[in-house]
Ligand binder design. Structure first.
Ligand code: SF4
Length: 142
């Protein structure tokens, strides 16, 4: 796997929720979700693929993320969606390439919904936190 679908270009944020509230991090927002919550607040991650889905080479995505981190003195990276785990092969490659950069050692957060298909090799020191996407407070659309 050499490419990933993204919904937004990587960008710097100040985390606005959870245990890392206030922490600066670079966010990679992947495209694709198969849950279709009615009240999803990020529908652009799974609707209108012609407009909202971009294909990026993983090697270029890693370069962009590392560059953003270096420019901003940030060593935290969060991958979210959508449901990132739907692209698990590409995600694994992304994590592997980020780990190879390793200066500084990056803390990676994967924020996703599904747990059943997490690749075992992602469960390592590379993955600092697996944060579940608990927004599904309505039934999926029929
Ligand atoms: S699981 Fe998350 S991204 Fe997917 S539809 Fe629900 S709220 Fe949106």
């Amino acid at each position: 796997m050499t490419e990933l679908f993204i919904a937004e270009n990587p960008h710097l944020v100040i985390q606005g929720e959870g245990p890392f509230l206030g922490k600066k991090m670079v966010v990679v927002r992947l495209f694709g979700c198969d849950v279709f919550c009615k009240n999803c607040d990020s529908k652009h991650t799974w609707t209108n693929p012609e407009e909202n889905r971009k294909t990026v080479r993983i090697v270029d995505l890693v370069e962009e993320v590392v560059s953003l981190c270096e420019k901003n003195g940030v060593d935290w990276v969060m991958v979210t969606g959508g449901a990132p785990i739907l692209q698990q092969e590409g995600l694994k490659e992304f994590v592997d390439q980020m780990v190879k950069k390793n200066t500084p050692p990056y803390s990676l957060i994967l924020r996703t919904l599904e747990i059943t298909c997490v690749i075992p090799s992602l469960w390592s020191t590379h993955l600092f936190l697996l944060s579940f996407h608990l927004k599904k407070v309505s039934f999926p659309q029929e």
